[in-house]
Design a binder for this molecule. Structure first.
Ligand SMILES: NC(=O)c1ccc[n+]([C@@H]2O[C@H](COP(=O)([O-])OP(=O)(O)OC[C@H]3O[C@@H](n4cnc5c(N)ncnc54)[C@H](O)[C@@H]3O)[C@@H](O)[C@H]2O)c1
Length: 365
């Protein structure tokens, strides 16, 4: 991992240095973790479930699609021999439905806590925002904002619940860039699903683009202060990847360009989830390309097999942005650090008593 000293403000918000993808991680570090995934019945979510269950994690899938969710869980239990894979019906747009999912995950967790929350549920498709009806209609029709409800409001509910439950993970300590992932420590990790649509415009999908830009804003805001609760937050920004969310229209528009693969998104998500030393980072995932990095940091395409190039599908998205933060962020981060220092030993003792009480069954809601 690169030296944190190069990133002084990143250090203050406990953000780890840019991810060095050449450093290997071991999916076996997931063993014993309890992971909650929204929208885990299909696509990326199903890929995460398969990989993480195969490596000994307890996985709780919340999805609106009961048929797919049940079938996936049955298959994965059979394939992996891991019986700690569960499906819970959940509609992420419904607050109580998400509360029930989190409570169920805590109940099913062998250690009574949640180590990682993945805010993955999402939809795309027909967006009426720019089509308010024919010119001869007198009354404007009420728009359908379902895409915002699922992809933004649902993610905000998940985030809020993650900040409630992750610090209550018994035995977990504040996330730390110097933690040792090989010892399978109890974690406090929130993984958000952004998109290439978080970083670039996406024509004819304005709600999707707005929601995913908002998820990026959410990530960049909360990662600067989540150290107060000891929670690490990371973000995935996949390009178009071959899952059912990519419509026929999008596939036609992309003809000639490549779709990325689910396995590469699973790889990036597994690195984030398994390696407790990664805090506040974002990775873009696309089709595999042969590239070479220039001295100024920019990447250029090179011929396949070229000895100076490398093949990769995963890219660091926000290498050093915190170092350019303005006065408001700097002084707020300073105040939060002072607050944390002031809590000192008394704050630590209070948290330990809370965690022990939780272990004994108190304050479990
Ligand atoms: N595939 C891509 O190209 C791509 C690219 C960038 C980002 N993403 C994002 O990745 C995430 C996963 O997408 P995917 O590609 O695996 O798609 P997918 O359609 O295969 O999976 C999405 C899952 O979300 C579930 N879901 C939908 N509405 C829900 C609700 N109200 N409550 C609970 N679950 C609900 C669906 O039932 C489905 O199982 C989404 O947030 C998506 O926006 C996908």
């Amino acid at each position: 991992m690169a030296s944190p000293a190069k990133y002084p403000l990143g250090d203050k918000i406990r953000q780890s240095p840019p991810v060095d993808l050449s450093i290997p991680y071991d999916p076996a570090w997931l063993k014993g973790k309890t992971i909650l995934i929204t929208g885990g019945a299909s696509g990326f979510g199903a890929g995460f479930v398969r990989k993480w269950a195969a490596n000994g994690a307890t996985v709780v899938v919340g999805d609106i699609n009961v048929q797919k969710g049940d079938a996936l869980v049955r298959d994965v239990q059979k394939e992996t021999g891991n019986s700690s894979v569960h499906f819970v019906h959940c509609d992420v747009t419904d607050w109580q439905s998400q509360v029930n999912l989190f409570k169920e995950a805590v109940r099913l967790s062998p250690h009574g806590g949640i180590d990682t929350v993945v805010a993955n549920a999402g939809i795309a498709g027909d967006d009426p925002l720019q089509r308010p009806g024919k010119l001869d209609i007198a009354e404007p029709p009420e728009p359908n904002f379902k895409i915002i409800d699922v992809n933004l409001n649902g993610v905000l509910y998940t985030t809020h619940l993650a900040f409630f439950y992750l610090p209550r993970n018994p035995g977990s300590v504040d996330c730390n860039v110097n933690s040792d992932p090989t010892t399978n420590p109890r974690d406090r990790h929130l993984l958000l699903l952004g998109s290439i649509a978080s970083l670039a415009p996406i024509p004819i999908q304005p709600q999707y683009g707005a929601a995913k830009h908002a998820v990026l804003g959410l990530f960049r805001s909360i990662r600067s202060s989540s150290f107060v609760q000891g929670v690490r937050v990371n973000l995935l920004c996949p390009y178009f990847i071959d899952t059912p969310i990519v419509t026929t229209g999008a596939r036609i528009a992309l003809a000639g360009g490549a779709l990325g693969k689910v396995e590469d998104v699973v790889d990036a998500a597994t690195r984030f989830t398994a390696d407790s030393r990664i805090l506040g980072r974002s990775l873009v995932i696309g089709p595999k390309l042969n590239v070479k990095q220039q001295e100024n940091g920019e990447w250029t395409l090179v011929a396949k097999g070229s000895p100076e190039g490398q093949e990769t599908a995963i890219w660091e998205a926000y290498a050093e942005d915190w170092e350019d933060s303005e006065a408001f962020c700097r002084s707020l981060v300073g105040a939060l650090n002072t607050y944390q220092k002031a809590r000192g030993w008394a704050g630590w003792a209070k948290d330990i008593i809370g965690a022990l009480g939780y272990g004994l069954g108190f304050n479990r809601g």
